[in-house]
Each structure stands twice: as structure tokens, then as C-alpha cells.
Ligand binder design. Structure first.
Ligand code: SAM
Length: 312
């Protein structure tokens, strides 16, 4: 094995073993670099040639689960030594990686699947290593959230990745309620044993008609990407135990802009009504609110009655 990536590149440029796309594209491989390397999320065909090159050439691979990653490395004939780096020892692992970087070596970080740091360990390591002034370089590849979004047919111009929802029902509902007015697409990771509970909570928070997609087992044999209203997805998943298996991503369409605007207008109308109701009876407050907001009399009258009830 080479002493460092730069050593291997030197060999390669001297016409030895390695010929790969990255070299032809002229990538610069400085020493003392942490490479953050994406690995497949199910289909080994998604391992990039550059990921194989980097993992073969670095001096050490920090892996979330060394046993799991050993099979991947074996498959691609990568023999680089590994260091366990999971959420409970990140600080300690960072120290060991920094020691290597200080000697001019290069190291790589991988997780069990997909892109490290995306609902996976690595954040503390990347932050520490950058703080120490070392170079951190991504080797991009598979990621469940971008894979799901790319095939879902829901808006991609604005989206927010929400990761895993809290396991406790109350916290989960609160988080979802807080997201119900967002207009960009919302992306969640979910565990199979919680999918029915989460979809049920989503129907409550976003309404049964909100458009959504459930992307399961992406890149694998039983991949399914199902779209429909939240209520229809919940019905389908509840009725079919197979849909409750495997790895899954849920994407929910954002609140339609017109609906969001309406909500804002309604909130503003509530403010106006509350001010007027503190001084006037319902009928008069409604009459003035019609003039001030331009909203329909019936709507404002019913809203005024509700507000009076809420405050009494
Ligand atoms: N770092 C990974 C990435 O880049 O997507 C995510 C790791 S996180 C611990 C695992 C979660 O990602 C799963 O519970 C599931 O929600 C999602 N996931 C991973 N692989 C998937 C796949 N093949 N199909 C659908 N979702 C997947």
C-alpha cells in the first residue's frame, strides 16, 4: 500500500498501476486530507470508481461499523486498515485521525451506507478536522434523500431535509405541526416499525389530501416508489405488510403557495378581529373587519364567534 494518496498519484503519473477518471480530469491530491466518501445505499453498482481509488489509497479508513464495511472493502479488494468511528467515540476517533493527518497521511470517513454525516456519524470529526486547519474533501455518491427526491416527482426547487422524526408520539406531532405551513418539499427518513404511526401523524398534521411519496428500498431488488395523498399512502401501507418493510424515505409536498398566502391573510384577519373585539360587539367588529381586510363577511363573522369563545 502507498504511504499516502499523493504517493500513489505520483506512481500513477509515472505511468504505474493506477489509471482512473479522476487523474485524467486532473484532480489535485494534497497530503493530510480527510476524504468523506459516499458508499452505496443498497446497490453495489453505485460505488464510484473514485470512491474505490480513494479508499484503496488512503492510510486509514474511519468506518461507522468496521465489520459491515469490511464486506464492502472485501468486495472491491480494498485492504486499507480501518478504525471504528461511531456516534459514541467520534471525539476520540477525531484525535486519532488528526494524529495521522499531522504525519502527512490521508484518511477517509465512511458510514454504513450512503453519504456520511447525513443522519450518520461524522459531523464532530469533520468539524474538528476543519478547525485544525486540515483539508476535508468530499467524494460524492449515493444518498437516500437525493435519490428519493430525484425520482419522486415532487417539487425540487426548495426542499428541507428533516431526518428522522422523534420516536415519542407527542414530540413527533409537535414537530410535524411546526412544519405544516412550510411551502417547500419536506423529506423524512423513517424506520419500518414506525411508518404507520408516522403516516398517521402526518395525515393529522398536514391533512389527508396533502400529496406525498413513499420511496422504499431504493436501488434494491424490491424498490417501490408510491405517490398519492397522505391518506391513500397510509391506507396502502396499512393494508400491505410488505410496504412496512425495508428502508424508506417519505417526501411531502409543501403547502400550496395560495394556501400559505390564505393562511397568512387569515392570521392577519384574526389580529384585526381580536383588536376590534376588545372594544366592540361581534356584529360591529365584523362589519369593520370586512372593510379593513376585504375578506368575506360570513367568514369573519364565524371567526369572530370562535375567537370570542376561545377567549371566554
Ligand atoms: N447516510 C445515509 C444516506 O446518505 O442516505 C442515511 C443513513 S440513515 C442511518 C438510514 C436511513 O436512510 C434509513 O432508515 C432510510 O430512511 C434511509 N435509507 C437508506 N437507504 C435507503 C434505501 N435504499 N431506500 C430508502 N431509504 C433509504
Amino acid at each position: 500500500m502507498q504511504d499516502s494518496v499523493s504517493g500513489q498519484i505520483a506512481d500513477a503519473t509515472a505511468g504505474k498501476a493506477m489509471s482512473n477518471e479522476s487523474l485524467r480530469l486532473g484532480q489535485y491530491w494534497p497530503p493530510s486530507t480527510l476524504y468523506v466518501v459516499a458508499t452505496p445505499i443498497g446497490n453495489l453498482g453505485d460505488m464510484s470508481p473514485r470512491a474505490i481509488t480513494v479508499l484503496s489509497a488512503v492510510d486509514l479508513i474511519a468506518a461507522e461499523d468496521t465489520r459491515h464495511s469490511s464486506s464492502l472493502c472485501q468486495y472491491f479488494s480494498i485492504t486499507t486498515p480501518m478504525l471504528a468511528c461511531h456516534e459514541y467515540n467520534e471525539a476520540q476517533a477525531a484525535d486519532q485521525l488528526i494524529e495521522r493527518l499531522a504525519k502527512g497521511q490521508s484518511v477517509a470517513l465512511i458510514s454504513d451506507a450512503g453519504t456520511p454525516l447525513i443522519s450518520d456519524p461524522g459531523y464532530a470529526i469533520v468539524r474538528r478536522i476543519r478547525e485544525q486547519g486540515y483539508r476535508v474533501s468530499p467524494v460524492p455518491g449515493a444518498c437516500a434523500l437525493t435519490s428519493a427526491l430525484s425520482a419522486a416527482g415532487l417539487p425540487t426547487d426548495r426542499f428541507s431535509f428533516e431526518g428522522f422524526l422523534p420516536a415519542k408520539a407527542g414530540q413527533r406531532e409537535k414537530r410535524l405541526r411546526g412544519l405544516s405551513q412550510q411551502t417547500g418539499s419536506l423529506i423524512f427518513y423513517e424506520a419500518p416499525h414506525r411508518i404507520v404511526a408516522s403516516l398517521t401523524a402526518m395525515v393529522d398534521a398536514f391533512g389527508p389530501d396533502r400529496e406525498a411519496v413513499l420511496a422504499r428500498e431504493l436501488t434494491k431488488r424490491y424498490e417501490t416508489i408510491t405517490d398519492g395523498s397522505l391518506a391513500s399512502l397510509l391506507a396502502e401501507v396499512t393494508a400491505d405488510k410488505n410496504q412496512q418493510r425495508g428502508e424508506m424515505v417519505i417526501i411531502i409536498n409543501g403547502l400550496a403557495v395560495t394556501e400559505a398566502q390564505r393562511s397568512e391573510q387569515e392570521l392577519a384577519a384574526d389580529q384585526v378581529l381580536m383588536t376590534l373585539l376588545s372594544e366592540l360587539p361581534v356584529k360591529q367588529a365584523t362589519g369593520l373587519a370586512v372593510k379593513l381586510t376585504g375578506l368575506k363577511k360570513n367568514y369573519l363573522y364565524n371567526r369572530a364567534i370562535d375567537l370570542v369563545k376561545d377567549t371566554s
